[in-house]
Design a protein around this ligand. Sequence first.
Ligand code: IPE
Ligand code: IPE
Ligand code: MG
Length: 231
Amino acid sequence: MTKLFKKLPTHIAIIMDGNGRWATKRGMPRNYGHKEGVNAIERTIEACLKYNIKYCTFFAFSTENWKRSKEEIDGIFQLLREYISINDNIFLEKEVKLKHIGVIEPFPDDLKSALVNIENKTEKFDKLTITFALNYGGRDEIIRGVNTLLQSGQKQIDENQFSSILDTKDLPDPDFIIRTSGEQRVSNFMLYQMAYSEFYFPKICWPSFNEKHFIKSLQVFEKRKRRYGGV
Ligand code: IPE
Ligand code: IPE
Ligand code: MG
């Protein structure tokens, strides 16, 4: 394939927002938006494979999303359960590694085992790593890490050691954070890791996100000049 982009982000992290509004606008229940949101995840994983992205993280459920109705939360869990449990899922079929960050402890047992199962089965794959952020919050992640350090009796650490106690220890920091739906906030996502991330806020709601928007995003990233404090 000819080289389409001068530079690519190694790690794209996506705050998938606007599922509810997308559905409401169509006179449908919010969970219909989440269902279509899963199709957008699938399209994005295909696009990552096609354009050679090594890491893509999806913010799927935040530590604050427990404030939603039980019906909506159960609906999200059910979609996740179905998505990772179907036999011909993209992870096994296309050899994509699936991981999660966040605390899955409070999730239903069968969902937890389905996750662990697919994570184990795809552990050895290395061309693309997909990470689902589940019951994830940046503050929660930092505080859990600090507690781990306190328990281990450490008195002083450096940045590398701190990174290694976060859920993202095996991931490079996100180069590019995309939040759909037009909202321009981080909502407790990857607070420590985003120190030098580039941001992009397309207006499109997540269920409509497709390859065309993905390419547009990569073009936006391509034009960014990252300076890391230099000149
Ligand atoms: C993002 O879409 C999906 C999750 C947070 C699980 P929303 O459900 O937040 O959709 P809006 O923002 O209400 O439109
Ligand atoms: C952020 O979206 C969380 C996820 C995408 C999972 P929210 O819709 O929960 O964020 P706020 O409430 O608009 O900040
Ligand atoms: Mg939202």
